[in-house]
Design a protein around this ligand. Structure first.
Ligand code: NDP
Ligand code: MG
Length: 459
C-alpha cells in the first residue's frame, strides 16, 4: 500500500548542530582520496551497523589553530570516511580559524574568546554555509557534551582546557588528551569522572602515547570502541618495574650552566627536535614540561613517583619505555611527529596508514641517552614532588608555571627564575589533600597572584 505523501515526516536539516536533534548517522561515503585500507564500501544506508560497516566517528578538535590542533586536522583529512569533523574551536586567531572553516568544513565552529573585537564580524559571516558559528565556552561545552560528538581532541593550552576536558569525560566521550595541564591540575577528579561515565582517556602526549603502546593495551582490548583501558593498565601495574620518560633536553641542553640565566626568548623557543606552541617550548627549555609529564604519567598509569624515571634522549626517536619486572624493556620509536600519537588516540585500538614521518632503516642512526643533571633542570624535581604529594600541588605548580612563563615571554623575568618562583609558591601554598574543583581553581588564582606579587618585589 502506498503511503500518503502527507504522512511522510520531513527530513531534518543535515547539520545536527543546527537542529540539535540527534539524527541517525549515515554510513560513511566512499572517499577516493583515502588510502585503500581506509575506504568504506560504496553503499550508503541508515543503520549501517547492520551491514557490519562502522559509522564515521564525530570528532571535535579544541584549539584547532594551535600546533596540535593543526596536526589533528591533517590527520582527520587523511582519514575521511572514518572520521567527520563535528566541531573546532579557537581563541584569538580568527583569520586562521576562518581559513580552517573553509578548508575543513566543520559542522560547528566556536570562538572561545568572546572579548575578541573581531568576533561579531566573524559571527555574521556565512561561508561555508554548512558550518554553524558560535562564541563562548558554554556553547563549546554544550556541543562536546551532546550526541553530535564521539571523540574530543583536547588541544587547548594550559588550565584553560580543563573545563572542556571535564565536560568530555563527564559525558562519556573518548578524550584524546594533549592538554596535559588537565591531568596535572585535576588528575584525581578527571579519573574519578571517567570511571563513573565510562569515558576513555587516551594520551596524545608522545611520551604517554609511547607508554600506552608499550603497555600493549591494544592486545587486551581488540574490540573497537569497547576498550577498558584503565582496567588493563591496572592489571599490568604489578608487572612494571618502572616507566622511563625520555626528554630531548630542549634548546639549552649544551649551554654552559653559568650562561643559562642569559637565555633570551628566541634561545628558549629554538627547540632542536619538536615544533610546538610557545608555552610548551619554554617548558621544554626549563624541563618543566617533563615535570608536568611525570605528574601526567602518575595519574594516567597509576604509578608512584618512585616508578617513574626521566632520561635525556637528544634524538627524540625513542618516545618512552616500560621496563618490566624481568628486566625486559619495551620502547616505542618513530621520528618526532605529533601526527602519529594524535592518530593513534583517534583510531585506537586499530592501527591505520599514517601521514606521519616514518623511520628510515636504510640510514645509519645513533640513539643515545644520559641522566638528567638536576642543577641544569631544577624544575624536574618539582614534578616528582607534586606526584608524591598530590592534592592541591598540581594546580599550584601549573598555575605558577603558566604565570611565570608568561612573564618570561614578556621579558620581565629570566628563564632561570621560572623554577625558582614555582618552587617558592609551591612551598608556601595552603595544601589540601582532597580538594574540590572549586578549591583547585581558587588555588590556581592564588598561585598566579603570588607570582605577580613576587615579580613586583623584583621591580
Ligand atoms: P598552541 O599554543 O600552539 O595552541 C594552543 C591552542 O589553544 C590554540 O588553538 C589557541 O587558540 C587555544 N587557546 C589558547 N588560549 C585559550 C583559552 N584561554 N581558551 C581556549 N582556547 C585557548 O599550543 P600547542 O598546540 O603546542 O599545545 C596544546 C596542548 O597540547 C598543550 O597543553 C601542550 O602541553 C600539549 N602538547 C603539545 C605538544 C606539541 O607538540 N605542540 C606535544 C604534547 C602535548 P588561538 O591560537 O586561536 O588563540
Ligand atoms: Mg611530551
Amino acid at each position: 500500500m502506498l503511503r500518503n505523501s502527507k504522512t511522510v515526516p520531513k527530513i531534518p536539516r543535515i547539520n545536527p548542530f543546527y537542529s540539535r536533534w540527534p539524527l541517525p548517522r549515515l554510513a560513511p561515503r566512499r572517499t577516493d582520496h583515502a588510502p585503500a585500507d581506509l575506504q568504506f564500501p560504496k553503499f550508503r544506508a541508515f543503520g549501517a551497523g547492520v551491514f557490519g560497516v562502522s559509522k564515521p566517528r564525530q570528532v571535535a578538535i579544541l584549539g584547532s589553530t594551535g600546533s596540535i590542533g593543526r596536526s589533528a586536522l591533517e590527520v582527520l583529512q587523511s582519514h575521511r570516511g572514518r572520521f567527520e569533523l563535528a566541531c573546532i574551536s579557537c581563541h584569538q586567531q580568527l583569520d586562521l580559524f576562518q581559513k580552517q572553516c573553509q578548508e575543513y568544513r566543520p559542522k560547528l565552529a566556536v570562538v572561545t574568546d568572546s572579548a575578541n573585537p573581531q568576533v561579531d564580524l566573524w559571527l555574521s559571516g556565512t561561508e561555508p554555509l554548512s558550518t554553524r558559528r558560535a562564541c563562548g565556552n558554554k556553547e563549546l561545552i554544550e556541543a562536546i557534551s551532546g550526541p553530535q560528538v564521539d571523540i574530543v581532541v583536547a588541544a587547548i593550552v594550559g588550565v584553560a582546557g580543563l573545563e572542556t576536558s571535564l565536560a568530555a569525560v563527564q559525558s562519556g566521550k573518548r578524550l584524546a588528551l594533549a592538554n596535559k595541564e588537565s591531568l596535572v591540575v585535576a588528575g584525581e577528579l578527571l579519573l574519578d569522572l571517567a570511571k563513573k561515565s565510562g569515558a576513555e582517556i587516551i594520551p596524545v602526549d608522545s611520551e604517554h602515547s609511547a607508554i600506552f603502546q608499550a603497555l600493549q593495551c591494544d592486545v587486551a582490548s581488540n574490540v573497537p570502541g569497547n576498550a577498558n583501558t584503565q582496567r588493563h593498565i591496572a592489571e599490568k601495574q604489578s608487572q612494571i618495574e618502572k616507566i622511563i620518560l625520555t626528554a630531548s633536553g630542549g634548546p639549552l641542553r649544551d649551554w654552559p650552566l653559568e650562561e643559562l640565566e642569559k637565555a633570551t626568548i628566541e634561545d628558549a623557543l629554538a627547540h632542536p627536535t619538536w615544533s610546538m606552541g610557545r608555552k610548551i617550548t619554554v617548558d621544554s627549555a626549563t624541563m618543566m614540561n617533563k615535570a608536568l609529564e611525570v605528574i601526567e604519567a602518575h595519574w594516567l598509569f597509576g604509578l608512584p613517583a618512585e616508578q617513574i624515571q626521566v632520561v635525556i634522549h637528544p634524538q627524540s626517536i625513542i618516545h618512552s619505555m616500560v621496563e618490566y619486572r624481568d628486566g625486559s624493556v619495551i620502547a616505542q620509536l618513530s621520528p618526532p611527529d605529533m601526527k602519529l600519537p594524535i592518530q593513534y588516540a583517534l583510531t585506537y585500538p586499530e592501527r591505520t596508514s599514517a601521514t606521519a614521518r616514518r623511520m628510515d632503516w636504510s640510514q645509519s642512526q645513533s640513539l643515545s641517552w644520559y641522566p638528567v643533571d638536576p642543577e641544569r633542570y631544577p624544575a624536574l624535581e618539582l614534578g616528582f614532588e607534586v606526584a608524591r604529594r598530590g592534592g592541591t600541588c598540581g594546580a599550584v605548580l601549573n598555575a605558577a608555571n603558566e604565570a611565570a612563563v608568561e612573564l618570561f615571554l614578556q621579558s620581565k623575568i629570566r628563564l632561570t627564575d621560572i623554577a625558582k618562583v614555582c618552587r617558592s609558591v609551591l612551598q608556601h601554598h595552603d595544601f589540601a589533600t582532597s580538594p574540590s574543583l572549586a578549591e583547585l581553581l581558587r588555588q590556581d588564582r592564588w598561585a598566579r597572584d603570588e607570582v605577580m606579587r613576587w615579580n613586583k618585589t623584583l621591580c
